[in-house]
Design a protein around this ligand. Sequence first.
Ligand code: CP
Length: 310
Amino acid sequence: MALSVKHLLGIKDLTPEDIQLIFNTAAHFKEVLQRPIKKVPTLRDTTIVNLFYENSTRTRISFELAEKRLSADTINLSASTSSVNKGETLIDTVNNILAMKVDMVVMRHSATGAPHFLSQNIEASVINAGDGINEHPTQALLDGFSMVEKLGDLAGKKIAIIGDIAHSRVAMSNMHLLTKMGAKVRVCGPPTLIPKFIKSFGVEVSYDVRETLAWCDVANVLRIQLERQNKPLFSTLREYSMFYGIDKKMLDNLNKEIIVMHPGPINRGVELNSDVADSQQSIILDQVENGVAVRMAVLYLLAGKKADHI
Ligand code: CP
């Protein structure tokens, strides 16, 4: 079994079979991560560079940990400490790194399409760790994997994505993944934060968060991406929180128990109150834990190793 792609640039490019293969492989690696010795020799002699041109806590640590658990050699480069600051281009930076015999590149960049551009210009496999407002494929994969753990098959499950849909690469990748896997998807947020073309992705739209919480099995709540908004799209964060913020009382008023997710970083008191983020219904830290196994699966499958190497 192999993925249909050489690079992981977006969920848009994956087939449902690719996604299922990643989930199955991640389940195996999750079992590996429960062992006293969490390291396997699978990617020994493989060198991976993590190029982060934009801030990250979870994704960067998760990729590095996944690489180390697979025994790969890893190099980390941040834009803030690299020769990018002396005017070097992205291609020149990467070609210099590849000249040192690097096999795979993990890249986060604020420019939409940066990993796609890179993949067209280098031989190594490229993994998109988030590009602008386009896609964050490994986040959607770990989100989907975490949902499957809790709910089983995604087909027919009702998943709400709530918040700043317009500027969220997590929303975009989740919409692609969940619709490919047969889930019913609804996006919810203020009209100014939901693109007009969104229904072409096969999702429902709601502007009413209480009605959406009553509808869904899972609420995947997103941060307001203020750093990507050129002009104000709502009055104040306080007003956003009043209309779209989720607190425990809202969950307790539902006549069912839904699952609450968030990709992080959370802005507590804005999109989620702490009494929800830290509640039994929240699987936010399960998502982070699953991220390592999912990224191990992606690295392993893109490296093209045989299953008996695990
Ligand atoms: N979810 C996510 O991408 O978090 P980071 O920005 O901290 O990597």
